[in-house]
Design a protein around this ligand. Structure first.
Ligand code: SAH
Ligand code: SF4
Length: 403
């Protein structure tokens, strides 16, 4: 193997060296794509199709291209699920569309609301597999974030994460990813009113639910492009944050193609400890991860990278580690989210003490980085960061990946 292939990737030589690795990740990820989304009666779900696909489906039943814009508006802007409500479309065509298509949503198999108003949805998809989605209302203002899952389970087994104890069953498809957001909007009646008032409650998306979004990049990207389309849901890329445990080659792709806000799950400042806490570090060590952050496009003071740091008592919460963290991210437009560890059944770690959190935050703050301590939300219903997990359904279409 030529020497340059084995060399560590540095900030100045990213592209060629990561291309092969990126193709490998995408190919592996495709093996875990969801089953055929058609219903048993052959009808197809329009949710999750992009404009070209929608146009092709309509052409196949003899309808003109201008219908795409019309349908897009009803599906993604108005949020209707019933063709009969599409008042700009004549009745005979409404009936025809209903014969061929549906506008689907995942089934909410369970909905729980926390004492702090955080709401967790257990969504069941067409093959019976389930994933969780969480709505986190802002405690003060009329807005909130929807925390979306990208996979059922996760391959990465981070030691402190409940999802990591569920092996990867499969990726979620674009319809299922967009569908989570749309179903939560349904639950809050958050579609534009007939007077045209814009929805506000569900104002941001965080890809921080179950799974590693950059190991399901193709479906996540398709879904986010739909969500960002200005004639539909119209969330700007600044209102979407993707959290990754550090899939370096895909960070570049995500930055170039989608330009979402980036959150990076750092959690440790030495490779020894990060190898243990976030095993993916053995493949993409801290130096490469930070280099990828420095390359991430648009990172400026207005658009900072968020480093997530789960505070584990006696493991990663010392003052020396806070100083090392500051050294690592020096010069990067960054903010550090300190996340108190959220326990789950069977977890072995303990949350850091308040004083350890405060000392750590003060050091990071003094170095000029904002370092808020994230208030745990929805802990009573296991809806907080890292507490999500579902039962794997064994049955037709269920495959389980163990790595
Ligand atoms: N797979 C992605 C996104 C999902 S996890 C990632 O790892 O970034 C979202 C965040 O919750 C990550 O920062 C993750 O490290 C953190 N997290 C996981 N388990 C946690 C726990 N038990 N307590 C607090 N945060 C946790
Ligand atoms: Fe997967 Fe993220 Fe949990 Fe790690 S923290 S196991 S990458 S979901």
């Amino acid at each position: 193997m030529p020497a340059q292939v084995t060399r560590a990737i540095t900030a100045s030589e990213p592209a060629e060296l990561t291309a092969t690795e990126r193709d490998r990740i995408l190919a592996k990820s495709a093996l875990f794509d969801p089953p055929n989304p058609a219903l048993p009666d052959g009808r197809r779900d329009l949710v999750g199709m992009n404009r070209d696909e929608l146009g092709a489906e309509l052409a196949a039943i003899g309808e003109a291209p201008f219908r795409v814009k019309q349908l897009w508006h009803w599906i993604y802007h108005q949020g209707v699920t019933d063709f009969e409500r599409m008042s700009s479309i004549a009745k005979p065509l409404q009936r025809k569309l209903a014969e061929w298509f549906i506008i689907g949503r995942p089934d909410a198999a369970m909905v729980q609301t926390s004492t702090d108003q955080t709401r967790k949805f257990l969504f069941r998809f067409r093959d019976g597999q389930e994933a969780e989605t969480v709505y986190i209302p802002d405690p003060v203002e009329d807005r909130g974030a929807v925390c979306i899952s990208s996979q059922i389970g996760c391959t990465l087994s981070c030691r402190f994460c409940h999802t990591g104890t569920q092996t990867l069953v499969r990726n979620l498809g674009a319809p299922e990813i967009v569908g989570q957001f749309m179903a939560v909007r349904d639950s809050y009646g958050e579609w534009p009113s007939p007077k045209g008032e814009t929805p506000r409650l569900l104002s941001t998306i965080v890809l921080m639910g179950m799974g590693e979004p950059l190991y399901n990049y193709a479906n996540v990207a398709r879904a986010m492009r739909i969500v960002m389309d200005g004639e539909g849901i119209g969330l700007s890329r600044r209102r979407i944050t993707l959290s990754t445990s550090g899939v370096v080659p895909m960070m570049d792709r995500c930055g170039e193609e989608l330009g979402l806000n980036l959150a990076v799950s750092l959690h440790a400042v030495t490779d020894d400890l990060r190898d243990e806490l976030v095993p993916l570090n053995r493949k993409y060590p801290i130096k490469e991860l930070i280099a990828a952050c420095r390359r991430y496009p648009g990172s400026s003071n207005a658009r900072r990278i968020t480093f997530e740091y789960v505070m584990l008592k006696g493991v990663n919460d010392s003052e020396a580690e806070a100083h090392e963290l500051v050294r690592l991210i020096a010069g990067l437009p960054a903010k550090v989210n300190l996340i108190p560890f959220n326990p789950w059944p069977g977890s072995h770690y303990e949350p850091s003490s308040r004083s350890a959190l405060d000392r750590f935050a003060a050091i990071v703050n003094d170095a000029g980085f904002s370092a808020p301590v994230r208030t745990p939300r929805g802990r009573d219903i296991l809806a907080a960061c890292g507490q999500l997990r579902t039962e794997t359904r064994r049955g037709r279409g269920a495959r389980v990946l163990t790595t």
